[in-house]
Design a protein around this ligand. Structure first.
Ligand code: UD1
Ligand code: UDP
Length: 386
């Protein structure tokens, strides 16, 4: 089986690490009746390209070097998606993989799935087009102003196999008319990677280097709905400054946010706050080390809502909705939005130790990647035999 997997943006690399590991394990220990290895080709679209947003993850997580980098870089949604599609079509026709595996909900995910759904292999090929596999399928925020929601819905509707992280996703896909045999509840590849690297992350000296001891809060912010508008970004920054009067804060700043903080002239508010440590984006192990030691996360990230739930660290999500409801229902996530009085209230509740009881969601056990590869191989051989 020849499998192309797509990685474009930061959270993709963390998910891909689990898939790449699982493929390697399969190749080394596959059942005797499957004679062939999986040939794994990683295609990096180049959506994220700074060292700290891309290569550092490959290095730290031991992900094989991408065979191909489409080097699309940044642009508007249409420019970026179209450029990925144009460049990826050539790769697909050249490689003609049996499987295209996409993860998450970024522009690279939908762009490559769309190319694969319409490609036509020559008549003598065993398949008409690659089997399209979506890992982290079925998540819905029900907010179509969020670009990722469009990407999720479209990618799922194009995919042949849908691997889901939580039960809500099964219901969402059913309601959209997806055939149940396509959907598999396998757990969470992001948690696979976390589990596999937690011991290493615990050895990171980042907290000492930053002179940060618990209690402290860790911030990440990058959703366009929060950072692309002067008024809201300023109000969130003022809220962080206020919180920093009673809690040390650490803020590794995403490039989109850095750009806007500079453009709107808000950066000095943060720079002048003595109790906020501002950083470039951190590598995976350092960031995981900080999450694990933090008293609270303040974030609008998707993946961090899951990582905090797994680690039992309270997470205040600065959004009005989440596509990951299990983190609120079973986990440590508080869906608070951007109302600053609610943010203060929740921080002080957490500082008083009145956080909620939480449990680790079903199948978030480190084995999602292996489940995916097993089901994928079985499906592939069934498809070939038809
Ligand atoms: C993207 C994803 C988002 C994901 C996030 C993870 C889409 C629509 N959005 O958002 O779902 O949560 O990645 O971090 O796919 N930039 C750099 N260096 C880089 C990458 C980006 O400077 O390596 C800057 C550029 O100015 C760029 C901006 O960040 O225009 C935004 O990058 P982009 O990939 O378009 O979207 P993200 O906000 O990163
Ligand atoms: N992350 C990281 N360094 C940082 C911030 C985040 O390694 O400075 C990791 C984080 O632990 C998680 C992933 O990046 O694994 C989440 O990516 P992001 O928030 O950019 O995207 P989202 O999950 O919102 O799509």
């Amino acid at each position: 089986m020849k499998l192309i997997s797509i990685a474009g943006a930061r959270p993709n690399f963390i998910k891909l690490a689990s898939i790449a590991d699982a493929i390697e394990r399969y190749n080394n220990n596959k059942p005797a009746y499957y004679t062939n290895n999986i040939e794994h080709i990683i295609v990096h679209t180049g959506q994220h390209y700074d060292h700290k947003m891309s290569k550092s993850f490959f290095d730290e997580l031991g992900i094989p070097k991408p065979a191909i980098n489409l080097e699309v870089g940044s642009g508007t949604h249409a420019q970026q998606s179209a450029e990925i599609m144009k460049r990826f079509e050539k790769v697909l026709l050249n490689e003609m993989p049996d499987v295209l595996l996409v993860v998450g909900d970024v522009n690279s995910t939908i762009a490559c799935a769309l190319v694969a759904a319409k490609i036509q292999y020559p008549a003598d090929h065993a398949l008409k087009r690659p089997i399209i596999v979506h890992v982290e399928a079925g998540l819905r925020s029900f907010d179509r102003e969020m670009p990722e929601e469009i990407n999720r819905i479209l990618t799922d509707s194009l995919s042949d196999l849908l691997f889901v992280t939580e039960e809500s996703a099964i219901g969402n896909l059913q309601k959209e008319g997806c055939k149940s045999e396509k959907v598999h509840f396998v757990g969470n590849v992001m948690i696979d990677t976390l589990k596999r690297h937690l011991q290493k992350a615990k050895k990171s000296r980042i907290a000492d280097e930053l002179h940060v001891n618990a209690p402290f809060g860790l911030i990440t912010l990058h959703r366009p709905s929060n950072v692309d508008h002067l008024y809201l970004l300023k109000s969130l920054v003022e809220c962080f400054v206020e919180i920093s009067n009673s809690l040390k804060l650490v803020f590794p700043i995403h490039p989109r946010t850095k750009h806007n903080l500079d453009k709107f002239g808000i950066m000095p508010l943060l720079e002048d706050a003595h109790n906020i440590t501002l950083l470039d984006p951190l590598g995976y192990l350092d960031f995981l080390s900080l999450i694990n030691q933090a008293t609270v996360l303040l974030t609008d990230s998707g993946g961090i809502q899951e990582e905090t739930t797994y680690l039992g660290v309270p997470c205040i999500t600065l959004r009005k909705n989440t596509e990951r409801p299990v983190t609120v229902i079973e986990g440590t996530n508080y869906l608070i939005g951007t109302d600053t009085s609610k943010i203060f209230e929740t921080v002080s509740l957490i500082l008083k130790g009145k956080g909620k009881d939480a449990r680790i969601p079903k199948y978030w056990d480190g084995n999602a990647g292996d489940r995916i590869i097993k089901i994928l191989v079985e499906t592939f051989y069934q498809e070939l035999s038809q």
